[in-house]
Design a protein around this ligand. Sequence first.
Ligand code: PHE
Length: 454
Amino acid sequence: MTEKRKGGRAEFSSKFGVIAAAAGSAVGLGNIWKFPYITGVYGGAAFLFVYLGFIAAIGLPVMLSELIIGRKSRRNAFGAFKKLAPKSMWRYVGMLGVGAAFMILAFYGVVAGWSVEYVVVSVLNGFKSQTPDQLSSMFSDFIAAPFRPVIYQLIFMFLTGLIVMIGIKDGIEKNVKIMMPLLVVIILVLDIRAITLPGAGEGLKFLFHPDFSKLTGEGILSALGHAFFSLSLGMGTLITYGSYIDNKNNLINTAINVTVADTLIAVLAGVAIFPAVFAFGIEASSGPGLVFITLPNVFQQMPGGYIFSILFFLLLTVAALTSSISILEVVVAYFNEELKMKRRVATVFATVIISLLGIICSLSMGIFDHYTFFDLNFFDLLDWVSANLLLPLGGLFISLFVGWRLGRKKVREEIQKGGSITEMFLSIFMFLVRIIAPIAIAIVFLKGIGLLNI
Ligand code: PHE
């Protein structure tokens, strides 16, 4: 994405730049690593359906809300609320987002590091002739090791910091334009391989044939949390990116395009993974290792698997990178505009702190695994608290803010700068952000943390 300076503030230069950046943020490890594994943990299709419901009824309106707040204020996540609602407590919603960014990027960098390692293993042909069990222990030994995963995490964080420091420039837009479609092609090829494996039907049934009796309160909370995580919502990423969008952009189209792309890629990733899970006798609920264990089995069994494996993990790394820069940007824009740090200093500072937190996350898979909080190690704790608590809470306040504080007139005004909206759609949107989203989030949230019994 390119930027131009207008009144000293960066702006994306094209409609495509906006979509590339926002979709780049949304599509990432959340779609390919996390979505399949939590779908597995929470029982398959029923989880998927609830997730899709949340995406449509809550995710999309909250995404539009964030873009509206961002473009209207032209500020970072904290500054945006400060500007639109001066002298109020709303700014702390932005603060919550900045805090969530620290936590998310800490563990995100660790998983992205794993995918860098898997690029290397792929190049060295390390999956060859390994049994499913061997591939599984290869993964668990690797993530528990004290050094290697940390080194890869630091390499990844360095790249993230570098891109953000340069400013969000040409390089990314050009790369993303090629890489994202390529990622989709690769996933489609993997889909075809996966659904032609013997026993694939079981996997597809698991993914698409719901058994709602398997749903738990925690599963529903995770579906909601993941809708926010996957769409990069609830912590100001799209407020920050929205602040770089010019007035000609049609925010509704942007929100719809990004939401659809993100959801499709997650479902395609599920289709690539579950048939293989059943075909190779891997536990669907095996957790964070699911992609890293399942797909190498698939690669071994397909013509050209060597090349596909390299490409896949490379693209996974790139997808992670286009997301991680958007998370870091939330913090850097905040440091830069609110604490008046130079962009360069802000980037180094934020990257170093987040990397240190990340090291603890990585070690919590191995030598620190006896330090647990509510039965979760540090990695799982950051993941759980940020996705299931902070993002939904952030989303709750963001939709209340747009629904009640900004109000219908200003929303209409902002949307109409670059598009149009009928009064009927506006009414639906306002109803969703004023009433439906806040109540739904509140119920799911309270039920998920065990404070509500219905
Ligand atoms: N949406 C990204 C993914 O799915 C992760 C992310 C979360 C990015 C929150 C920004 C903010 O991988």
